[in-house]
Design a protein around this ligand. Structure first.
Ligand SMILES: [Zn+2]
Ligand SMILES: [Zn+2]
Length: 111
């Protein structure tokens, strides 16, 4: 049997397989496509620099290099780090401590 015939037979087998499992194959394809779209959607919304900036502060706090301070607006002790200079790497350490309420307030006001 020549090489040509072998590959032809392979092709036939593939076609047969595809016909028999068409629904499964198509269902799989659709599933993968949806997953990719969801991942892109997720990445677009979660600003990676924002996450890194937040992780940076969490690590600094965990290692004791910086200490959480009470909310600058109301003195509430449960605070979140607000990156007032933005999320670029050079500003990762520039934070204002704000309680959840005042933090969301400032973002509603200034974005
Ligand atoms: Zn903030
Ligand atoms: Zn506050």
């Amino acid at each position: 049997m020549g090489l040509y015939q072998t590959s032809l037979r392979k092709k036939e087998t593939m076609a047969k397989y595809y016909r028999a499992n068409r629904d499964t194959i198509l269902a799989k394809r659709t599933k993968v496509k949806t997953t990719n779209e969801q991942r892109i959607y997720y990445n677009r919304n979660a600003d990676p620099q924002k996450i890194q900036a937040r992780n940076y502060i969490n690590n600094r706090v965990a290692s004791g290099k910086i200490v959480r301070e009470p909310c600058v607006d109301c003195g509430e002790s449960r605070v979140e780090a607000h990156h007032h200079n933005g999320y670029e790497q050079e500003h990762w350490g520039d934070v204002t401590w704000l309680c959840r309420d005042h933090h969301s307030l400032i973002h509603r006001k200034y974005g």
